[in-house]
Design a protein. Sequence first.
Length: 348
Amino acid sequence: MARSLSPVAGYDLLIVGSRKSNQNKKVREQKAREKARRETRRAGSRRVDELAQARAVLTRALVPSRERIDSRVEDARVFERWRVAPSPPEDGSSLTLDDSGEWSGEVCELVSDSVVFDHALFPAMAAAENLTTVVAAVDEWDGTGDVRSVSVVTLCRAVMEAAARTIWLLSSEDRDERRARALRVTKDEMVRQKKFAEALATSEGTEDRAAGLARCMKVLDVLDVQGVRGALKMEQMIDYAAAWVDETAPNRENRPMSEHVKAMYSITSGVAHGHTWPTRYLDGTTSLFNVIADCLYVAVTLLSGAVVLYEAQASATGNISSKCPATLRDAARATYPKYAAPGADGGQ
């Protein structure tokens, strides 16, 4: 015989059922509100996207420099793969021969057995990463309308500096001069590393603080005994790189770099250091995009020169690796004979 529920038990069940029903109702209402909010956000996003796209079309129509930016971004895009996978130097290549022998002595033992290679490649790779980060930022302009001009201009400055260092180091056709410049860069870096090591706590870093400082002092002492002076100041290095581009590797736009780079490096440095005077030249869309287009022009051209020099000197035969951006391979092949060892294929 089925048990009947007591009035109290039945009432309790009714209360529980009512509570569950209310809870389910609240859940359904909450889900409905969330759905409505999502649809509102999507509608808002569509309106933002449409407005951003409309702005992009209008900007290209009214601001010619935006087209120049797009063109230079395409030129810069070719460094995306190279920034993480440049060509390794082949046996018998100029880079390999630069670091051969006993020429660096104690510096080789204390710092690196590939001083020229290290100081030539890393700056170019750093420049390529900064430049492709600019590409990623510009790619977002049309969708977001957020130009991030300070970051873009500052990254272009970093590209100019790092690329100019590689050009200065590798551009001389004299092996002894390239080695001498590598030692000059080493001296500058040891001075900076010494300051860094002095600021470290005892437990920080991969090298014991005292040992690190002692090594820096030893390298500096050795370089002083050899009469090695420091590298060029950055402004001088950039001027040198620009002059080398004008003399050796004319760019496709045929705009003299030596006349252009001073202004662009000055304004990018001002922006990077938070100075207010550059804002006089960034007022309004036209001025802003003009400056960005010109900064990109200088950055792409200098980095192209640095990569051409590196890839030419990484080859032992003049057959330029497929890792070199396709747009620069002809220039690297033409550059190779200037640095090839006597008797090497394609050499002098």
